[in-house]
Design a protein around this ligand. Structure first.
Ligand code: BGC
Length: 514
C-alpha cells in the first residue's frame, strides 16, 4: 500500500496567537511567545501546528479581518519573528500551517480603501458593489452571520457592498480574476517562506459570480434550538447557491490547489459549511481542489449525546471512508470548550472533566483523516463562562450579550505556571482577556511535568498511535457499534485490524487487535 501523505493522519495543534504567550509584556500573545513554547508542543507529540491569523489587521474580528496578508500585525511581531518561529518548528519536526482568509478582508485593506472611492477606480470591481433597489433597500434579503444585514451602504459610491460577517469585513469579488491572482500571490508568499499548508477560512462564504443576486429562501427546517441558533436570524434562511456555496467558488479552490501542487508536499484544509455539509465537503475536495475539509460534526455548540456522537461520526465517515479528505475537531476558537460542553449531554459531572477530555482526545485521533486539537484541550481546560460583559471582546458575543456569551469563553489566555503572575502568560498588569482562575490548577508546564496529567497521558497515547499500522497506514474504518454508552469501531489496514472502544460509562478507551 502506498504511504499516506503526512496530512492524511496528522494531529494538528491549533494556536490562537493572541492568547498563547506574551513575550513583550503588552498583555497580548505574539509570535516570539509561540516560538518559546514550541518545545512544549513538540513534547505532546503532535505532527503540525495551525496558527490562527497574525497578519496586519485592525483586529475587529481578531485577525479574521486582514489589512495586509503579507505582513505581521504589530502586536504579534515581525516577519523575522515568523522566520524564527518556522525555523524552530521545523527543527522540532513540527509542520506549520497558517490561516488564510480568502473570502473577505478588512475595510482597512488598501484594496477596499481604493475600491470604495468611486465606481471607476482600478479596484472598483474587487468587491461586491450593488445598486440599491428602487425603494432604496438592499439588493437581497441576505443576513450577516454576526447579526444584521449582509449589505452596508457606501455613500461615496451610492451603492451597497456585501459582507457575510462584520460590516468591516467586506467580501472580495472572486469573479474578478485579479482578485484570485492577488490571493494566489499571497499563497506563494507564504509557501516561499516555508509554510506547510493553509487552513482556509470560511471558504463557503467566498462570493463569485453571484449577479443577478437572488434572495435566500426560508429554511423550512429551522428550529430555534440550542445556541447560537436562538440568537441568529441567519439560521432561518437557506443559503446554498444564493448567498453561499456558489459553484464559482471552485475556481478559487482549483487555483489554490494549483499553487500548492507547485510546491509539493503541502496541505490545504478548508473550513466550510453548507445547507448540505457533506455535499459541500465533497464538492470542495473533488480532484484538483482542496485536500480536505474541516468537519463541523463534532463541534456542536451544546455538545452531543453518545447517540449523536455516533451519528455525527458515521455521517462524516460514510462520505469519506478510505480517504484522508476530512479533519475532525472537538474544539476550536469559535465554540465552547469540549471538556465542559460535552459533560451535560453525556450525563457527567465536573469531576469527570479530565477523564472525559482524554477520552475525547483519543476518540478524535482514532478517526480517519486528520485531527485538530485546540490549545488547552490537552490540559482539559474548562470553558470560561464568567467573563464580565464589560470585558467581553468578541464582536459576535457583544452583539448578542448577555443572552449569548460569544467566543471569548474559549479564547482566554493559556496559563503556564500556576504560581507565576498571570499564570505565566504575561507580565503585564492586565491581559486582553482575563486569565481564567480555574485553569491555574492545570497550568501547562505543571501538567507537562506531572505523570498523571491529561497532557502526559495524551502524549503517551500519541506515541502509541504512531506504532499502529491500522491508524497510520490506511484511512479505513468499520461501521460504528457498541452499547448505548459506547462507541466501537475497527480501524483497518492491510497489516492490522484494530478494534477501538470508547466507553462513556467508565470513561476509558481500550484497543484490541482482531
Ligand atoms: C473563523 C471565525 C471568524 C469567521 C470570519 C470563521 O469561521 O473561524 O473565527 O470570525 O470565519 O472570518
Amino acid at each position: 500500500m502506498a504511504d499516506l501523505q503526512w496530512w492524511e493522519t496528522a494531529v494538528i495543534y491549533q494556536i490562537y496567537p493572541r492568547s498563547y504567550q506574551d513575550s513583550n509584556s503588552d498583555g497580548i500573545g505574539d509570535l516570539p511567545g509561540i516560538t518559546s513554547r514550541l518545545d512544549y508542543i513538540a513534547g505532546l507529540g503532535v505532527d503540525a501546528i495551525w496558527i490562527s491569523p497574525f497578519f496586519k489587521s485592525p483586529q475587529k474580528d481578531f485577525g479574521y479581518d486582514v489589512s495586509d496578508y503579507c505582513d505581521i500585525h504589530d502586536e504579534y511581531g515581525t516577519l523575522e519573528d515568523f522566520d524564527d518561529l518556522i525555523a524552530r518548528a521545523h527543527e522540532l519536526g513540527l509542520r506549520l500551517m497558517i490561516d488564510i482568509v480568502p473570502a473577505h478582508c478588512s475595510d482597512q485593506h488598501i484594496w477596499f480603501q481604493e475600491s470604495r472611492q468611486s465606481r471607476d477606480n482600478p479596484k472598483a470591481d474587487w468587491f461586491h458593489w450593488v445598486d440599491p433597489m428602487p425603494d432604496g433597500s438592499a439588493p437581497t434579503n441576505w443576513l450577516s452571520f454576526f447579526g444584521g444585514r449582509a449589505w452596508t451602504w457606501e455613500p461615496l459610491r451610492q451603492q451597497y457592498y456585501l459582507h457575510n460577517f462584520l460590516a468591516s469585513q467586506p467580501n472580495l469579488n472572486h469573479a474578478n480574476p485579479d482578485v484570485r491572482a492577488a490571493l494566489t500571490d499571497v499563497a506563494r508568499f507564504w509557501f516561499d517562506r516555508g509554510v506547510d499548508g493553509f487552513r482556509l477560512d470560511a471558504v463557503h462564504t467566498i462570493n463569485g459570480d453571484v449577479a443577478p443576486y437572488q434572495d435566500n429562501l426560508a429554511n423550512p427546517k429551522f428550529e430555534p434550538g440550542p445556541l447560537p441558533q436562538q440568537q441568529q436570524p441567519f439560521f432561518r434562511q437557506l443559503h446554498d447557491s444564493a448567498q453561499l456555496n456558489q459553484p464559482a467558488i471552485q475556481k478559487f479552490s482549483e487555483a489554490f490547489r494549483g499553487v500548492a501542487d507547485e510546491y509539493g508536499d503541502k496541505f490545504l484544509m478548508g473550513e466550510l459549511h453548507g445547507d448540505d455539509p457533506v455535499l459541500a465537503s465533497q464538492t470542495f475536495t473533488a480532484p484538483g481542489r482542496l485536500h480536505a475539509t474541516y468537519n463541523f460534526n463534532l463541534l456542536a455548540w451544546a455538545g452531543l449525546t453518545v447517540d449523536e456522537l455516533k451519528n455525527a461520526i458515521s455521517d462524516a465517515v460514510a462520505a469519506f471512508n478510505g480517504t484522508g479528505r476530512l479533519t475532525f475537531a472537538f474544539s476550536n476558537h469559535d465554540v465552547p470548550r469540549s471538556g465542559t460542553r460535552q459533560l451535560a449531554p453525556l450525563g457527567l459531572g465536573q469531576e469527570h472533566q479530565e477523564a472525559l477530555q482524554l477520552l475525547l482526545l483519543k476518540l478524535e485521533t482514532c478517526l480517519i483523516g486528520s485531527t485538530c486539537v485546540y490549545q488547552g484541550e490537552e490540559l482539559a481546560f474548562e470553558d470560561v463562562q464568567d467573563i464580565p460583559v464589560d470585558q467581553m471582546q468578541d464582536p459576535w458575543g457583544i452583539e448578542f450579550a448577555p443572552a449569548f456569551l460569544g467566543r471569548d469563553t474559549c479564547r482566554t489566555p493559556m496559563v503556564w505556571k500556576a504560581t507565576a503572575p498571570n499564570g505565566g502568560f504575561s507580565s503585564a498588569n492586565t491581559t486582553w482577556l482575563p486569565i481564567a482562575k480555574g485553569h491555574l490548577k492545570r497550568a501547562a508546564l505543571d501538567e507537562a511535568a506531572r505523570p498523571a496529567s491529561v497532557y502526559t497521558a495524551f502524549s503517551e497515547f500519541l506515541k502509541w498511535r504512531k506504532t499502529q499500522p491500522a491508524l497510520m497506514q490506511a484511512n479505513q474504518m468499520s461501521d460504528l457499534s457498541g452499547t448505548a454508552k459506547q462507541i466501537v469501531f475497527d480501524r483497518i489496514s492491510e497489516q492490522q485490524t484494530l478494534r477501538c472502544c470508547f466507553d462513556f460509562e467508565t470513561l476509558t478507551a481500550s484497543f484490541e487487535e482482531v
